[in-house]
Design a protein around this ligand. Structure first.
Ligand SMILES: Nc1ncnc2c1ncn2[C@@H]1O[C@H](COP(=O)(O)OP(=O)(O)OP(=O)(O)O)[C@@H](O)[C@H]1O
Ligand SMILES: Nc1ccn([C@@H]2O[C@H](COP(=O)(O)O)[C@@H](O)[C@H]2O)c(=O)n1
Length: 214
């Protein structure tokens, strides 16, 4: 079974993806980490995230081992990721890895921006998760503060809005709800309520009331 979860920045895709994957015993891929890893590797070697050919070269040589680096979760990697992800050749270089991840039995839960539309158009269940930008900024600020990192809510909101605009406006694989995805707005839901709602969406799609994989 493949579950595709898409949505804008800090909407809760990763949180839901991890919990749904654990529930069904499936591997989980946070595809945003791939783009973050490209941006971070580029920055680390003194490159410019706006240099499309350098970003493409980094994406083509990306070592998936990098995906565990905690630095990928920071704001610099997120902002850089939303720039390099607009380069068609970068997306092409990362496509196979994601498709192979999804194709491995017993399936996978993948979250990102184009999972239901481009990477796994045949996913059994697709969720488009969103929340009001102010609520997403509030949650992200809490997360940063919890890690002892700077957490200015106004600048986080500005970053979220800029990233959403870039992700929705790019020519290739823009952030969009797949025609057969179910919209889940979590603005007024806590994490447990959002998980219950997401699980109900998956169960309705696969027609099963309990845990299963494959
Ligand atoms: N329903 C919810 N209620 C309150 N907080 C939530 C909820 N869902 C997620 N969060 C929190 O909001 C923050 C953002 O969630 P998460 O990292 O899952 O979003 P994301 O969409 O994967 O982000 P990104 O776009 O950066 O990949 C996290 O701190 C998470 O714990
Ligand atoms: N399938 C995806 C996933 C991510 N991106 C880009 O990466 C940026 C960071 O992603 P997060 O999920 O970690 O926030 C994001 O802003 C997108 O630009 C993508 O294009 N496609």
């Amino acid at each position: 079974m493949i579950v595709a979860i898409d949505g804008p920045a800090a909407s809760g895709k990763g949180t839901l993806g991890r919990r749904i994957a654990a529930h069904y015993g499936l591997p989980h891929l946070d595809s945003g980490l791939l783009y973050r890893a490209v941006a971070l590797a580029l920055i680390a070697r003194g490159g410019d995230v706006h240099d499309a050919s350098a970003a493409t070269a980094v994406a083509q040589a990306l070592d998936p081992q990098m995906l565990g680096d905690p630095a990928l979760r920071g704001p610099a990697a997120g902002a850089g990721a939303s720039v390099v992800s607009a380069v068609p050749e970068v997306r092409a270089a990362l496509l196979d890895f994601q498709r192979r991840f999804a194709a491995e039995p017993p399936g996978a839960v993948i979250d990102g921006r184009d999972i239901g539309t481009v990477i796994c158009p045949h996913a059994e269940a697709k969720i488009f998760v969103t929340a009001a930008p102010e609520e997403r900024a509030r949650r992200r600020a809490l997360e940063f503060a919890g890690r002892g990192e700077p957490a200015d809510e106004a600048s986080i909101l500005a970053d979220i809005l800029a990233r959403d605009a870039r992700d929705m406006g790019r020519a290739v694989a823009p952030l969009a709800q797949a025609a057969d995805a179910v919209l889940l707005d979590t603005t007024t839901l806590n994490a447990d309520q959002a998980f219950a709602a997401a699980l109900a969406i998956v169960e309705a799609r696969i027609g099963a009331p309990s845990r299963r994989a494959g």
